[in-house]
Design a protein around this ligand. Structure first.
Ligand SMILES: Nc1nc2c(ncn2[C@@H]2O[C@H](COP(=O)(O)OP(=O)(O)O)[C@@H](O)[C@H]2O)c(=O)[nH]1
Ligand SMILES: [Mg+2]
Length: 377
């Protein structure tokens, strides 16, 4: 009798490893999640829920993952028409890194994702959870204190600078500056790795970079660092200095961003690659900083990018020991490349980039060596 109880308990435990708790206990499944079992069922699910009625966030649960992972997700903002560039990004991320580690993905969009986008992306990712989130309208539109007539005039005058005439680009930069971490699908994670359509990894990544972040107690990790177009941020630095002085802050990292004329040196972490601990963004001090920047209107009256904003926020909130340069990552977001210089790492990690094209060595176009000198001083 006792043996039978043992066998039945064992079977129950084994079954619970393979089936969802809902299947075991017959509970209703959360309707924002879909367990992806087969193509035909998934397609018919999407047909009834998408594209016209995706009013809610959707999580697609692929094959379960049992290896020990950090609580982390890839994060990508994308539009439906980006689908094939998104798949190219997924190909390199999966092949070079994530087939080993099986981290979740979170895709966000200011419009509902199409059923094609959801189907193709979910089909490509073999394991884990894939989140498709809708950005709330109030996070992707003008705040009430902004004068939209003035915005339109600014856009017309900024036509000569990159994205200077774009309204959606400004919403995007403001979203990445002050809202992405508030999205309910992002809030469930501790770390994120930002990716974009059309980026590439040039080398295998055998190390779990999220684990590296935790074990080294790092808060913000970067790859390429560049100079910002000064025309996009005429008043950002004076505002940030005012913010610092009014609060009598003494940021340890202030010299990292200050030039010989005591002005902003234009250096910033190129934020299309970021691996960070979300606690930094959820810190009330970050919120306070963002609210201040938002109140003065520079996201719309100029064209402040999220990259200098993140960099300046990190300058205010963090210290040297919190920052981490992912030196051995082979990475590109066109047109710039980071290609590992260490020949042993290059061969071991099966890199395919040209080391001579590495921008991080070039002091005229990149801020990496400046940052590094400061961080190691
Ligand atoms: N959903 C959505 N995503 C956007 C929009 N504009 C840009 N993005 C995303 O925001 C990120 C940065 O935009 P991108 O066009 O690559 O800017 P760049 O890297 O500065 O040239 C990318 O992940 C884009 O897919 C938009 O209007 N809607
Ligand atoms: Mg981009």
């Amino acid at each position: 009798m006792l043996r039978r109880v043992y066998v039945i308990s064992l079977l129950f435990i084994v079954a619970s490893l393979y089936l969802s708790p809902f299947a075991l206990f017959g509970k209703e499944r959360d309707d924002k999640s879909y367990r992806y079992k087969n193509d035909a069922k998934f397609k018919s699910y999407l047909q009834t829920h998408h594209p016209h009625v995706q009013t809610e966030n959707l999580s697609v649960l692929k094959a379960p993952v049992y290896n020990h992972r950090e609580n982390a997700t890839f994060l990508m903002l994308a539009q439906n028409h980006d689908i094939y560039s998104v798949l190219e990004t997924l190909q390199v991320i999966q092949d070079r890194f994530n087939d080993k580690f099986n981290y979740d993905y979170t895709f966000l969009n200011d419009e509902p994702f199409s059923s094609d986008f959801i189907y193709l992306v979910s089909s490509y990712i073999p394991r884990g959870r894939v989140n498709f989130g809708i950005i709330p309208k109030k996070h992707w539109s003008y705040p009430s204190h902004i004068n939209t007539t003035r915005c339109a005039e600014v856009r017309a005058n900024f036509a000569d600078i990159p994205y200077g005439d774009s309204e959606s680009y400004r919403h995007m930069c403001r979203y990445y500056s002050g809202f992405f971490y508030k999205h309910e699908m992002v809030r469930q994670y501790q770390y994120y790795w930002r990716i974009e359509p059309d980026i590439k990894l040039y080398c295998d990544v055998d190390e779990d970079l999220f684990k590296t972040m935790r074990q080294k107690n790092k808060k913000y990790g970067f790859a390429i660092a560049l100079f910002e177009y000064s025309e996009t941020i005429p008043t950002l630095w004076p505002h940030v200095i005012k913010y610092i002085q009014e609060r009598q802050l003494q940021p340890e990292l202030l010299p990292m961003l200050t030039n010989a004329f005591n002005w902003y040196n234009l250096c910033h972490f190129w934020s299309n690659f970021e691996i960070a601990n979300l606690d930094v963004f959820n810190d009330p001090q970050y919120e306070n900083f963002f609210q201040y920047l938002d109140s003065v209107g520079g996201f719309y009256y100029e064209r402040w990018g999220d990259a200098p904003v993140h960099t300046m926020a990190m300058m205010i909130l963090l210290s040297k020991k919190d920052l981490y340069w992912f030196e051995n990552i082979g990475y590109t977001h066109p047109p710039y490349v980071q290609c590992p210089q260490n020949p042993v790492a290059y061969v071991k990690n099966r890199c395919v980039c040209n080391p001579d094209e590495d921008i991080t060595l070039n002091d005229k176009t990149s801020c990496n060596s400046h940052f590094l000198q400061f961080l190691q001083s």
